[in-house]
Write a new protein. Structure first.
Lengths: 210, 210
């Protein structure tokens, strides 16, 4: 501290935490005005830290995903084989989400709902996860997995096949049916079976009369 | 018609249709009283057809799932090979859901929400789908698929890996990223790769430090 006033970074953290407590208590989104009056902060300070209304929400989203980003970067930096890496990539974030869900299911539901309503503020984090997953897919393909699939095709199929482990809301209705063990089997299945070859499940005519 | 009064079966159909129109217009659940006053039906007739308040909701749920049940029974009765059968089992119901979603996305969202809030009224249909899927898994295992997995384990893993195609709400945010072609690849992947063998994605120690 230089004595020149409060540190803006720690002040921002304090405001974000206060805003999150208010969201968890009220069950709905919080505006800068509500944060100032509800939290006893000077309105001018709140608006100095968050010049636009959306800046407050973005800071909350950033705080939510900071752990996810750290996990993805850590996993990408390891020298694990591709199947291990992909498991850790999904499993560690899943475990983090589950901890949050079990710590406060009602608050977790509120964040899921806010994320869904304001999906445009969350999209960049989904895109970042896809970007890292593409890197992982390329590494796996270099070792022979997902043969013949374009990276974008593999990306979409893998995201769909692990959907309950990346779609946070699934915890609210599947929780105990989701496990690291099952996720491990799913990743094993992907590495053993996912490729461009048509093995006939769809049939030659697509949907047809019985 | 015998002339002895309105046919109770067709009267029930008429009331269910009216109730569904009201749900789609108002965006929330409808009571017997609201159906009677809103639809101009004598309260006594509505209560004769639906003796309990839950009977009306149950009739709406039954109407929603009747097409699903017909599809599952038709597919089970075919002599298609197990991989084709499993694809049709999921794909035909997915296409039916997608038609409903695209015909009226707002109404579809309301039904998803009601189904989620009153999940105990929907559970028997989920259980029935699981029952049929177990039959399919047993047939597939008789031909060598899903080796070493208990039927219940295979059931849970398969449901999780096709989750976006059976979780109706997924249409509301994934729609055009879901396709019969991708579902075909997923079913191919299941038949090629899903078994009890541990191929190492999870590692020997589960989650571990990088």
């Amino acid at each position: 501290m230089t004595g020149a006033g409060p540190d803006p970074a720690s002040e921002k953290v304090r405001l974000v935490r206060a805003a999150m407590r208010m969201i968890e208590q009220t069950g709905h989104d919080v505006t800068r005005a509500a944060l100032a009056s509800g939290g006893g902060f000077p309105r001018a300070r709140v608006e100095a830290i968050f010049p636009e209304e959306t800046d407050l929400f973005d800071a909350i989203v950033e705080n939510w995903f900071v752990g996810h980003i750290a996990i993805m970067e850590e996993v990408l930096a390891t020298d694990l084989p591709p199947n291990r890496k992909m498991f850790e990539f999904f499993a560690r974030r899943f475990v983090l989400q589950r901890e949050r869900f079990r710590a406060d299911p009602a608050a977790f539901r509120v964040y899921c709902e806010l994320g869904s309503v304001h999906f445009e503020r969350v999209r960049s984090y989904v895109d970042l996860a896809d970007h890292y997953l593409c890197e992982l897919i390329a590494q796996a393909q270099a070792e022979g997995a997902f043969e013949g699939l374009a990276i974008d095709e593999a990306l979409s199929l893998i995201n769909q096949m692990v959907h309950p482990y990346i779609f946070a809301e699934a915890l609210t209705y599947l929780d105990h049916r989701l496990s690291e063990e099952k996720l491990g089997r799913i990743v094993d299945t992907l590495f053993a079976g996912l490729c461009a070859a048509d093995r006939g499940a769809r049939g030659v005519k697509g949907l047809r009369a019985a």
